[in-house]
Design a protein around this ligand. Structure first.
Ligand code: ADP
Ligand code: MG
Length: 340
């Protein structure tokens, strides 16, 4: 439904500023047919996709389903004037990142979208970004909901795992080594630049179009002891992994994988960007020492750069090792981000 109820007259037309335009431009079914029904690849395990009261999905008997959902709200998770194609990509990427952190293969999606106006060009661009990433990972949009109101996008992603498998936060042991993919702090630095009215250059893509590390997640399922995706900053997300596993962590700051721009910024702000910047969507994971050779070989084979950044020990909490050898246990101040 375009409005949140099927009863005529009940729709909140003050919120749907251009509701009349919307209805003229396209009926509800026309909208769904035009933007959602054929937006993504068809999968053999979808018995019934968009168009009925429910989708019907048929995983193979030996598969477990991994489910995750994330909402992005205008003004909180993204700037209201965001490029809609970038938003379509990012809204899906953050969900695929959760599946990656579990070691799941992405399969199906549902999309609940709330729009302040019936801007068909905006919706077309949004779906272009969404569909390109969906195609890349062979995931099918199988249902959703379309309503009028303040701009927000909610995506539920379903992934598949062999029965009983899945990379949890709770599997790490003292002695395991800590690794992270990609580079940290780029998205937060891009946001900092934009808010200061500066061009973010290459960093902008790291904020707008994060890369979900799906192939890495699949490979880690057989190698890592625990994993989490870094969405709220390394320090906070490592804290979750440590708490779930009942271990302490030591992080060597000089080992953090940083772009040249973030490395430069770290000199002035005491490592805030990589530790607390957020929006990285890299994978943070632990590996037993005897599996590190396998890890490196497997990552090289799929050309996925990873970096060892520290280790886990008995106890609780996170110790930061500074480049001068000093140690600290402080929690970095959350960078002034939409989430804060
Ligand atoms: P219902 O009234 O039964 O809830 P709707 O009229 O809301 O169904 O939607 C009709 C069909 O279109 C359903 O299959 C629904 O899942 C799908 N749909 C609606 N909005 C979206 C969307 N944003 N993305 C994908 N599918 C959608
Ligand atoms: Mg129905």
């Amino acid at each position: 439904m375009v409005c949140s109820t099927k009863r005529p007259g009940h729709c909140d037309r003050s919120r749907l500023r251009h509701a009349a335009e919307w209805i003229v431009a396209a009926s509800e079914f026309e909208l769904i047919r035009r933007f959602f029904a054929d937006a993504t690849p068809n999968r053999a395990d979808v018995v019934l996709g968009i168009g009925d009261d429910c989708a019907l999905l048929q995983p193979a008997p030996e598969q477990t389903i991994a489910v995750s959902i994330d909402t992005l709200v205008a003004g909180r998770h993204f700037l209201p004037d965001v490029d809609p194609a970038a938003l379509g990509h990012k809204a899906l990427a953050v969900n695929l990142s959760d599946l990656a952190a579990m070691g799941a293969t992405p399969a199906w999606l549902t999309l609940a979208i709330t729009l302040p106006a019936a801007d068909l060009d905006w919706l077309a661009a949004f779906m272009r970004g969404f569909a390109a990433l969906a195609e890349q990972h062979r995931v099918q949009l199988v249902g959703g909901d379309t309503t009028g109101g303040p701009l927000s996008v909610t995506i539920q992603a379903h992934g598949l795992l062999p029965v009983g498998r899945g990379l949890r936060r709770s599997g790490a042991s003292p002695g395991d080594r800590l690794f992270v993919s990609g580079t940290l702090g780029d998205a937060a630095l891009a946001l900092r630049h934009r808010r200061a009215g500066l061009e973010a250059g290459d960093l902008q893509a790291r904020l707008d179009r994060p890369t979900p590390r799906v192939a890495l997640g699949l490979l880690l399922r057989d190698i890592a002891s625990a994993a989490i995706d870094v969405s709220d900053g390394l320090h906070a997300d490592l804290g979750h992994l440590c708490a779930a596993s009942g271990v302490a962590a030591r992080v060597v700051l000089a080992q953090l994988p940083l772009s040249a721009a973030v490395r430069e910024a770290c000199k002035a702000d005491n490592w805030q960007l990589p530790l607390a910047g957020g929006d990285d969507y890299e994978l943070l994971f632990s590996v037993a020492p005897e599996r590190i050779a396998d890890l490196k070989k497997a990552c090289q084979a799929i050309n996925e750069p990873i970096r060892e950044i520290g280790e886990l020990r008995r106890g609780a909490g996170i110790t930061l090792i500074y480049p001068d050898g000093s140690e600290g246990r402080e929690t970095p101040q959350g960078y002034d981000h939409f989430k804060s």
